[in-house]
Design a protein around this ligand. Sequence first.
Ligand SMILES: Cc1cc2nc3c(=O)[nH]c(=O)nc-3n(C[C@H](O)[C@H](O)[C@H](O)COP(=O)(O)OP(=O)(O)OC[C@H]3O[C@@H](n4cnc5c(N)ncnc54)[C@H](O)[C@@H]3O)c2cc1C
Length: 450
Amino acid sequence: MADVVVVGAGLAGLAAAVAAAETGARVVICEKQPEIGGSTVLSAGLSAFAGTEEQATEGVADDAELLRRDLLETGQHRNDPALVDTYCAEQLTTYRWLRGMGIAYGEVHAASGQSVPRSHPTDTRVLVRTLLDRALERGADFLPETRVRRLLVEDGGVVGVVTDGGKLAARAVVLASGGFSRSPELLARFAPQMERALRGGGAGSTGDGMLMAWKAGAGVTDTPYIKGTFGIHPEPGGAEGGTGILAVYKGAIAVNGDGRRFIDESLPYKVIGDACLAQDGGIAHQIFDAGVMAHSDPSVPIYDFAARLDNGLLLQADTLDELAKQLDIPAEALTATVTEYNTAIEQGTPDPLGRRTLSGGVGRPTPIATAPFYAHPSTTVVLATYCGLTIDPHARVLDVYGEVIPGLYAAGEITGGLHGAGYVTGTSIGKAAIFGRIAGLSASEEAKSA
Ligand SMILES: Cc1cc2nc3c(=O)[nH]c(=O)nc-3n(C[C@H](O)[C@H](O)[C@H](O)COP(=O)(O)OP(=O)(O)OC[C@H]3O[C@@H](n4cnc5c(N)ncnc54)[C@H](O)[C@@H]3O)c2cc1C
C-alpha cells in the first residue's frame, strides 16, 4: 500500500510528491498524459513571491503583508482569508525550498494586481523535471499514462484510487489534476459567458479530479469568477501558442469590427477579455504604430510584437485607411477613432473612455501617429479556471458542509478559495507550488498517523 498517491504530475502534484517523499513517505504519482507538466509547462512561468533576493537586487521593496493586501483587494475580499494568509506565510519558505533544488528565477516585473514588481519568471520545464527527479531520488514511483478514474471511499474516507490499470490503495490521496479549461461541459455549466472564448490550458485539464471529489462530497468555490485572458489571435490552433500579446499595455487601442473603441485599455486583461467577448463575433483588433512597436521585447512573450510580425500574426500598413481595408473594417470609423484618441492626448482633455494610463497606474498614453501601423486581431482565451475544491490551510479537502474528508487533499488549479473575485498574476503557479508542498506534508503526516 502507498502512503500517498498523487493524482497529476504538474507543479502542484510534483511539489506534493517531493514534500511527502522527503519525509520518508512511500509516494506513487499517477499522470494520465505521456508527459509531465500539464498547464504548468505551457504557462508564462511567472510566480508571485514577495521579499525575494531577485526583488532585493532590483531594489523592489516588498513583503508578505503587501502581497496579502494585493490578494485581498484584487480578489475583492471574496477570497478565503485563511488561504490567503497561508499563501503569504508559506511563500518564502516554498521559494527557498525550490531555489534549494536549483530552480533559478529571472528579472522580476510588474503585472496585473501587483502593486510592486513581483512576477518571478522561471523555466517551467526545468522546474517540473527537477521536482520529478527529486521525487524519484527519494523513492517515489511515477506512473505515466495512468489515468485516475475514481476515488476509493470507505466509511466517508478516501482509501485509494481506481486507475485504468486497477486499484491503488493509499493512506492518503492528493488531487493535483489541474483545472477544467479543456472541458466544454464544465465550462458550459460554470462559465457560459466564456462560450465564445478559446480554450487554453494543458490537454489534461478536463476537471477529472473535481468530479471525483464531488462524488466524495467535496465543496466547490469561486466558480462565478472564471475569466478569460484578452489578446490571443483567434486563428484556430493559432501559431501564437499559449498566450497572445498585450500591445494595449504599451499604447495600442482596442477597436471592434465597427472600428470603434469599446473599453479603457489600461484595465486588467481579464476585464478587457470580457468586454471583447461582448463585441460582434467576440473579436477585437489591437491597433498600434511604430512607436509602440519600438517597445517590442523578445524576453516577454506578451510584449514580443516583432515575433508576431515575423510569424504573420500582425497586419502592417503605411496608412490607417490601408490597415482598415486589410481588416475589413470601416476606414472612416477607424481614422475617426484614432483621431479622437490622439486629440484628447495632445490637448490634455479626458479620454472618451476614461483611459489615463498605459496599464494599471503605470505610464502615459501616446498618440498613434507614426507609420507603419499595425493590427493584431485578438480574442479571449480561458487559460485556467481559478476556482474549484474547498480546502483548508492544510490542503485538506472540505465537504459541502465544511467538514474534512479524511484521506483527501488537493492543491493547485483544482482548488478554489485563494483568488476570490480577481486574479493576481503569478498566483496560480505560486498556489500550485505552495499548496502542493503543504498537501504533500499534510498527506504524509496523516499516512504516518494511520
Ligand atoms: C498559456 C498559460 C499561461 C499561464 N501563465 C501563468 C503565469 O505566468 N503565472 C501563473 O501563476 N499562472 C499561469 N497560468 C496558470 C498556471 O500555469 C496553472 O494554473 C498551474 O500551472 C496549474 O498547475 P497544476 O499543477 O495545478 O496543474 P497542471 O500543471 O495542469 O497539472 C495537472 C496534471 O494532472 C494531470 N491529470 C489530469 N487529470 C488526471 C487524471 N484523471 N489522472 C492522472 N493525471 C491527471 C494532467 O494531465 C496534468 O499533467 C498560465 C496558464 C496557461 C495555460
